[in-house]
Design a protein around this ligand. Structure first.
Ligand code: GUN
Length: 295
């Protein structure tokens, strides 16, 4: 079977095109959406992700400021910075790049971000709204996956979606989104995780498999049924003889999935660009809400 590539580059380009008029309207009203990014420590992938995010904001003439902090920053110092960002009208969105150093409690920090500026959608208020079926800010990666389904007209209604991974960043919210009673959703969703005995028993039954576990080339062709849709959210750095010293691998083995799946989102160039596009969209939405704009 010919496997179609689901290109996040193509879908995100159409998202940016659609956002143009909203940016113009905000700017006409003297508002330039502005994102504050807090980056702590020297985790190399986090530095790359943040650079890619802020580069995109600059290319769209949107504002972003990165606050770089050392690994030794205390939880209290970080809470004070977030409090200042919450109270400064200049910033419409706040993003604290994860993972945080071990001495800082993720939950305490995420809880401190004003839900109105929580463009990551990680604050329990926003996750709760999503779980209740009345979302405000939706986490960027799951939101981006749903946009890929819409763009390629992959309707999940009456389909079996199997999600592998239960993080608050991807697995949990995508399991909620895919099962909401909404256009392109309405799926029967199963969520597998480290407590699941035989994950391939479930993935073999899936019409759509969504992988977000962070294990390079975990899913093989033998683990899916012919014609399944595979969404690969994994971005795993694996040592290689390249100039950078590493290459990026997804959570699925492309070579054995290709030819068996009907569609696959590749790594890189699949879901990654969608995460950034949805961050831009959420920041624009935050700016619009701050100005009480009707959409
Ligand atoms: N670390 C990995 N993905 C993300 C994300 O989407 N947002 C933040 N803040 N940190 C991350």
């Amino acid at each position: 079977m010919d496997t179609q590539i689901l290109s996040g580059k193509v879908v995100s380009a159409s998202v940016y095109k659609g956002l143009k008029s909203r940016i113009v309207k905000l700017k006409t009203n003297s508002i330039t959406p502005c994102l504050a990014v807090v980056l702590i420590g020297d985790d190399a992938p986090s530095h790359v992700y943040v650079k890619n995010k802020t580069k995109k904001f600059a290319s769209l003439n949107l504002n972003s400021e990165t606050i770089k902090l050392t690994n030794e920053t205390s939880e209290n110092a970080l809470l004070e910075i977030i409090n200042n960002l919450n109270n400064d009208n200049k910033y419409h969105g706040i993003l604290v790049q994860l993972p945080l150093p071990n001495h800082i409690n993720n939950e305490t920090i995420i809880n401190a971000i004003d839900p109105k500026k929580d463009v990551d959608g990680f604050n329990p208020v926003n996750l709760g709204r999503l779980a209740a079926g009345r979302p405000s800010f939706i986490p960027c990666t799951p939101k981006g996956i749903m946009r890929v389904f819409e763009y390629y007209k992959i309707d999940l209604s009456n389909k079996h979606v199997v999600v592998v991974g239960r993080s608050n960043i991807v697995g949990r919210p995508i399991s909620i989104l895919t099962s909401l009673k909404r256009k392109y959703s309405n799926a029967t969703t199963t969520i597998c995780h480290s407590g699941t005995k035989n994950i391939s028993y479930f993935t073999k039954q899936a019409d759509i498999v969504i992988l977000a576990l962070g294990s390079p080339e975990y899913l093989k062709g033998n683990d899916i049924k012919e014609g399944a849709v595979v969404i690969d959210v994994g971005i795993n750095r694996v040592k290689s003889q390249t100039k950078t010293g590493y290459k990026l691998l997804g959570d699925c083995e492309f070579s054995s999935i290709n030819g068996k799946a009907s569609c696959i989102s590749p790594v890189p160039g699949g879901i990654g660009p969608m995460t950034i596009a949805m961050l831009v969209e959420n920041t624009i939405e935050a700016a619009e809400k701050s100005a009480n704009f009707a959409l």
